[in-house]
Ligand binder design. Structure first.
Ligand code: SAM
Length: 236
């Protein structure tokens, strides 16, 4: 049960994403009118992943961003999609049979099972808001990224503008949560509003990234301020 405004534990988050796995992709497509693919492609472009690169998609869920990265790096590259929810990874694996450069790995974004400086580029979609320790997650991204590498982190934006915030709250309460209710997922999606309230603003995310050691950190609000992408570069 995730109704409480208190942050859920990692076990609650893991169990939530295992439960919603069968409906998750359909709901994302409906709710964004397919736009989430545009935002995810923007994140891949900002990560500057290139042909032949070794890349990580953190909190990959059912694998959208990893699939885009897989196409970007081609058969000479490698992509790891990492998540702790095995039901999401099982769906991801069914979607990537034609892209052998992608492998799926169960693991914790707060204790990544990779040596320092492993990846040329890293993406994360709607994961940072769900981890229980954002500074620890940013430090792990910094650790496993190669020097000069980039990370692009897409999530809902926590707007500072009251008008955008009002529109976003209306969208979540009037469109998103009722749509989730139609799929029998009312309680599961009710957690979205408090998770966004707790989520740092773009400016706060930039500060946290700098504290984690990133030399360049810029937050871009996209989709009329509803979404944001935090773009990070590790010192060359
Ligand atoms: C909202 S989903 C996003 C999935 C996918 N990236 C997308 O954009 O559609 C968030 C994902 O983060 C994963 N997650 C949350 N905390 C995690 C952690 N500490 N380690 C690994 N995965 C985590 C959840 O299991 C879930 O699949």
């Amino acid at each position: 049960m995730l109704r409480s405004p208190a942050a859920p534990t990692a076990e609650q988050v893991q169990s939530l994403f295992n439960r919603i796995a069968p409906a998750y992709d359909r709901l994302n497509g409906w709710l964004s009118l397919g736009q989430h693919w545009v935002w995810k492609q923007m994140a891949v472009s900002w990560s500057q992943a290139k042909v032949g690169d070794t890349c990580l998609d953190l909190c990959c869920g059912s694998g959208d961003l990893a699939l885009l990265l897989g196409k970007q790096v081609g058969s000479a590259g490698q992509v790891v999609g990492l998540d702790f929810a095995e039901a999401q990874l099982a769906i991801a694996a069914q979607r990537s049979y034609h892209l052998p450069q992608i492998r799926w790995q169960q693991g914790d974004a707060l204790a990544l099972p990779f040596p320092d400086q492993t990846f040329n580029a890293i993406t994360m979609g709607y994961g940072l808001r769900n981890v229980t320790d954002i500074p620890a997650c940013l430090s792990e991204i910094q650790r496993v990224l190669r020097s000069g590498g980039k990370a692009a982190i897409l999530d809902f934006n926590h707007p500072e503008n009251a008008f955008v915030e009002g529109f976003q709250q209306w969208y979540l309460q009037t469109i998103m949560i009722p749509a989730a209710k139609n799929l029998g997922l009312t309680e599961e999606y009710a957690y979205l509003v408090p998770s966004l309230a707790r989520f740092p603003t773009g400016a706060e995310q930039v500060k946290l990234a700098q504290q984690a050691g990133f030399t360049e950190a810029v937050h871009y609000a996209i989709a009329a301020g509803m979404m944001g992408v935090l773009v990070l570069k590790k010192k060359s």
